[in-house]
Design a protein around this ligand. Structure first.
Ligand SMILES: [Zn+2]
Length: 343
């Protein structure tokens, strides 16, 4: 079989160079590169034909193929530079700069309503002498449960309520774990708040989410009473809502406080007369609190005879929902700009 690879090659070379020269866009050049030099390109198919040649001519033609390929590559690259250059020149010519036009304003986001609420809370508590303390979200069960007087068989330790990582490592279910850590390392007087994310096994709906935020507060000193607790919360709410607020304690049961109470505040909209916000009750459920359990103080190395303390725990979402009249907790986490821009 007679194969004239030399002739084929010359034909390819001449045609390719002509087409490269007349190409007008980078896209066209890329197509030519594929057609001639690509895996299924014409030069490559000539290379395949080499196998049919006699041993003595094969290296000669082989060299020729390589030199044609190199030549076409360099023509392509030069032409690419040339087109890029003229494109730049054209765009410089066509885009003249009008310095009298107004500048483009860059759109900045807004603070997330949870962040706004937390910042306001922090400012008030820091103003009252509290420090802001944080702790790990992945927590030993000892700090999340045992040190807070929650026994091994307690319901809250169930796998249906708590995200377990290992048998003794969990996603914290409450920011109270930070209290235990802080009391272990610091002697009274203690006055801290610890805001942060907490996790519980829950389906997401308008009032529940597997991740939400708490703001925990703790005060330990000599002679701390429930009266101090009430005054602290009253002062906080009056500053937070900018009006007079009354506080009501309802008895409750938390493991790490004794006595424990749920706190209602007089409605910050109507002042207690009854309105849509308080569902005509005049009162709004606000948070849980109590006097730190003697067991908790002892386990953290603080003498419960000498010292006493109180603790309270806000749900950040609940406070933000009340303050901004938001009816679904989901809105906080959906990142819908139309919602977020309202704050
Ligand atoms: Zn009201």
């Amino acid at each position: 079989m007679k194969v004239d690879l030399g002739g084929d090659l010359e034909k390819i070379r001449t045609e390719a160079k002509k087409e490269i020269e007349s190409a007008k866009s980078l896209k066209e050049l890329e197509e030519l590169r594929v057609r001639y030099l690509g895996k299924k390109g014409e030069i490559t198919s000539v290379l395949r034909g080499l196998a049919l040649l006699a041993d003595d001519v094969r290296p000669v033609i082989g060299n020729l193929v390589n030199s044609v390929r190199a030549e076409l590559e360099s023509s392509l690259n030069q032409k690419v530079l040339k087109i890029k250059g003229s494109e730049l020149e054209n765009s410089l010519k066509s885009e003249s700069l009008d310095v009298t036009l107004p500048g483009k304003s860059r759109k900045t986001g807004t603070k997330h309503p949870l962040r706004t609420t937390l910042d306001a809370m922090k400012e008030i508590f820091v103003g009252m002498g509290f420090s802001v303390v944080s702790g790990p979200e992945i927590e030993w069960d000892v700090y999340n449960f045992d040190m807070l007087n929650i026994p091994k068989n307690h319901l809250a330790r169930n796998e249906s309520d708590t995200f377990f990582i290992t048998d003794d490592l969990i996603l914290r279910t409450q920011t109270s774990s930070v209290q235990a850590r802080h009391m272990q390392l610091h002697k009274p007087p203690i006055r801290i708040i610890s805001p942060g994310k907490v996790y519980r096994v829950d389906e997401i709906d308008s009032t529940h989410s597997p991740m939400f935020h708490q703001v925990e507060g703790l005060v330990v000193d000599k002679g701390v009473t429930m009266g101090n607790l009430k005054h602290t919360l009253e002062t906080f709410f009056e500053r937070f809502y900018g009006r007079e607020i009354r506080i009501r304690f309802r008895p409750h049961n938390f493991q790490f406080t004794e006595p424990s109470a749920e706190v209602d505040i007089s409605c910050f909209v109507c002042g207690g007369e009854g309105c849509r916000t308080c569902k005509n009750e005049g009162w709004i459920e606000a948070l849980g609190c109590g006097m730190v359990h003697a067991n908790v103080l002892s386990m953290c190395g603080i003498d419960p005879v000498e010292y006493s303390g109180f603790a309270f725990g806000f749900g950040l979402e609940r406070i933000a929902m009340q303050k901004f009249e938001i009816d679904s907790l989901r809105l906080f986490f959906e990142n819908d700009v139309r919602f977020l821009e309202q704050f």
